[in-house]
Design a protein around this ligand. Structure first.
Ligand code: CA
Length: 381
């Protein structure tokens, strides 16, 4: 049996970064959906894919996948602690490794694996998510889960705990079977009947992968969308079967739709995720937005203050000499806001009390008024 494959990934219509990564080629297929602020999600999903690509492929795929998950978890956790800006990053991992006429699946999080067999779509993985848990407990229907505001809360991810166990299973393949690995940006948006239809549609695996990602965009594209498609076919492994392993920031296949111009309004956040549950959040992205707004407000405020400051004058003294200052009689953040623009020949100590009072008042005035006052003092002396 021969396995052919295709893969596509798109940032979507809402997000500004693609935090999904994938591996496709040479009997190994994976989708990792990273999470965390700024670039952290990308770093996490890419790290997991990189480690999957380093699988020895000598021993049992199940053992090697477990080991890869352990290593990826440890590395992401370590980097989230050691590297600035990486705190709280994590990733899902749904991986398939060929073993004869079967694939071995390893799965953590809410990316999914599906099998299309005899025209019927079957989900091979169980989501490690809050809503999936509630569905298993009979507390939510599938329809309620699909629209649930907390559907992105996941309960298991790489990089969030010291020990993460993947679900591992073996899936026999027959010629004609089609395997799909995808991020929730595809499975969460495209209804199952459309997934079934598109995965079974004519075309190459690459065309099918492109169509699936395109369909996610057509359904709103409110998340990064990634699909890896594998066809099981009669025949031998072709010699020189092109190896395609891609991950990293450039993940758009030539046929997939162009990335949209962002940013567009993002998701709402989840207010009350239960402790211990990993929340796919954008808290730090929101924090940066808030910081940017505060900085902008400060800059605008300071610019306004600077313009106003250079338009006002006041009379004061330097030692005992009466002078005209430009700017406010104040100090802001340790910076004196005024400077001398004109000096009189008059000593403050020799002024009449009522004139001293006027000098002491530091009343704001115009340049002309201030100059007139200084000249009147000069003429009196
Ligand atoms: Ca996602």
């Amino acid at each position: 049996m021969r396995l052919t494959y295709g893969a596509a990934s798109n940032v979507g219509l809402v997000r500004t970064q693609n935090e999904d990564s994938f591996v496709a080629g040479d009997g190994i297929y994976a989708v990792c959906d990273g999470m965390g602020g700024a670039l952290a999600g990308e770093v996490a999903s890419e790290a997991a894919c990189r480690i999957l690509m380093e699988l020895g492929r000598q021993g049992s795929p199940a053992d090697e996948l477990r080991e890869a998950v352990r290593r990826a978890n440890a590395e992401i956790l370590r980097r989230s602690i050691e590297e600035p800006g990486m705190a709280g990053m994590g990733t899902t991992l749904t991986a398939a490794v060929r073993q004869g006429d079967a694939v071995v699946l390893a799965h953590v999080g809410d990316s999914r694996a599906y099998l299309l067999h005899a025209g019927q779509l079957r989900q091979l993985t169980e989501d490690h998510s809050l809503v999936a848990e509630l569905v298993r407990q009979g507390r939510l229907t599938l329809q309620q889960a699909a629209a649930h505001p907390h559907r992105s809360v996941i309960t298991r991810a790489l990089g969030t705990e010291h020990d993460v166990q993947p679900d591992v299973s073996t899936v026999p393949l027959e010629p004609g079977d089609r395997l799909l690995l995808c991020s929730d940006g595809v499975s969460g948006l495209v209804p199952d009947d459309r997934l079934e239809e598109l995965l079974g549609s004519p075309g190459t695996p690459q065309e099918v992968a492109d169509a699936l990602v395109h369909e996610a965009l057509a359904h709103g594209g409110d998340d990064n969308a990634t699909a890896v498609v594998v066809f099981a076919e009669e025949g031998h492994v072709a010699t020189g079967d092109a190896e395609m392993i891609r991950f990293g920031p450039e993940r758009r296949s030539p046929n997939s739709p162009p990335p949209p111009r962002g940013p567009l309004p993002g998701h709402g956040s989840i207010a009350n995720a239960a402790p211990g549950w990993w929340r796919r959040g954008f808290r730090s992205r929101r924090l940066w937005k808030a910081v940017a707004i505060v900085i902008l407000a400060l800059v605008v405020g300071l610019a306004g203050l600077a313009v106003f400051n250079s338009s006002v004058y006041h009379v004061g003294t330097v030692d005992d000499q009466v002078v005209l200052y430009r700017g406010l009689p104040a100090t802001v953040f340790g910076v004196r806001m005024c400077w001398v623009v004109e000096e009189s020949r008059v000593s403050y100590s020799r002024l009449e009390p009522y004139l001293r009072q006027r000098v002491d008042a530091h009343e704001l005035t115009t340049k002309e008024e201030g100059q007139r006052f200084l000249r009147s003092l000069d003429s009196q002396s």
